[in-house]
Design a protein around this ligand. Structure first.
Ligand SMILES: [Zn+2]
Length: 308
């Protein structure tokens, strides 16, 4: 309900993103509870739910609005899309891409299976696009959407792959047990842009989907993998939040390691997760509270570190 009341106020449309995630990818009570598979039960997008595009140069665009950040590469080979938001935005995404390029949508890559990153698959596949993702993304979508094969990736990989498209190498690297068990980061070498998917939430506590094979340690490792692929001048696109820099993501690694260390210290002292929450072990990180609050972050770190 909170989400719809926010969306009804156009002045707050930009802040609707975090509230949007609340109802689709995570329960307020637990950072490890709810995958995003129910996203398609939503009503059609209303007039307030506009997707907009930002030109990032070098043929790359970012699609903004509710759901995960989308990267679009346009050029002589056609169109390559990274992630496609919720199902109800499929038509809008196709329309906005046709305003950016006359070319065909050739490939859609999902950074992971959550419905705010793969929801447009069915609509985009019907335009002729090939859906590409890690093996585990197909496994999860084939299970969550067993009767809807239009959502399933038809080309999968286990570790890494490279597109040679629109005059540049686009390197895909799987990051194991990170936000989920099927995440990838994608580096557009020519444009010097890295899409981190939900391995990186810029400016907020991350959502770690432990139930889908994710872990805090894996998210830290994924960000370190991302940093190892890029340089000071790289544009870093997080799964959620504004565009970031190398320095921003390096700072994020520091914070996540600090969170990990604090929760591990509590575990080493024999403290329960409730005791740590009561003690406010992350209270100085209040600025990072969004749809994941301090308690949810502590629970996710605890579950990641204990396997429980
Ligand atoms: Zn996600």
């Amino acid at each position: 309900m909170f989400r719809y009341s926010l969306l009804a106020v156009s002045a707050l449309a930009m802040s609707a993103c975090s509230a949007e995630i609340t109802s689709d990818t995570v329960s307020k009570d637990s950072a490890v509870a709810t995958p995003a598979a129910n996203a398609q039960s939503k009503p059609s997008s209303g007039p307030m739910e506009k997707i907009t595009s930002t030109d990032l140069g070098n043929g790359l665009h970012m699609l903004n609005g509710p759901g995960g950040n989308v990267a679009v590469s346009v050029g002589e080979d056609g169109v390559l899309v990274i992630d496609d938001k919720f199902a109800r935005f499929g038509g809008q995404i196709v329309d906005i891409i046709s305003s950016l390029s006359d070319g065909k949508i050739r490939y859609v890559l999902n950074t992971h299976h959550h419905g705010d990153h793969s929801g447009g698959n069915d609509v985009l596949a019907k335009t002729g696009a090939v859906i590409v993702a890690h093996d585990n993304v197909r496994n999860r979508l084939a299970s969550d959407k067993a009767d809807e094969p239009g959502y399933w990736p038809v080309l999968t990989y286990s570790e890494a792959a490279t597109f040679h498209f629109n005059g540049q190498a686009v390197k895909i690297v799987h990051t194991p047990k990170a936000h989920t068990d099927g995440d990838s980061v994608i580096y557009f070498e020519g444009a010097n842009l890295l899409h981190m998917g939900d391995n990186y939430f810029n400016g907020m506590f991350p959502y770690v989907d432990v139930k889908s094979g994710g872990s805090l340690q894996g998210m830290i490792a994924a960000q370190e993998t991302g940093l190892s692929m890029i340089n000071n001048g790289t544009t870093v696109m997080p799964g959620h939040g504004p565009i970031a820099t190398y320095a921003d993501m390096r700072e994020s690694v520091k914070i996540l390691k600090d969170i990990q260390n604090r929760v591990q210290a509590g575990i080493d002292k024999g403290q329960s997760v409730d005791v740590m929450i009561k003690a406010g072990v992350l209270s100085d990180y209040k600025d990072l509270v969004s749809f994941i609050d301090e308690a949810a972050m502590i629970r996710a770190a605890h579950a990641s570190l204990t396997g429980k």
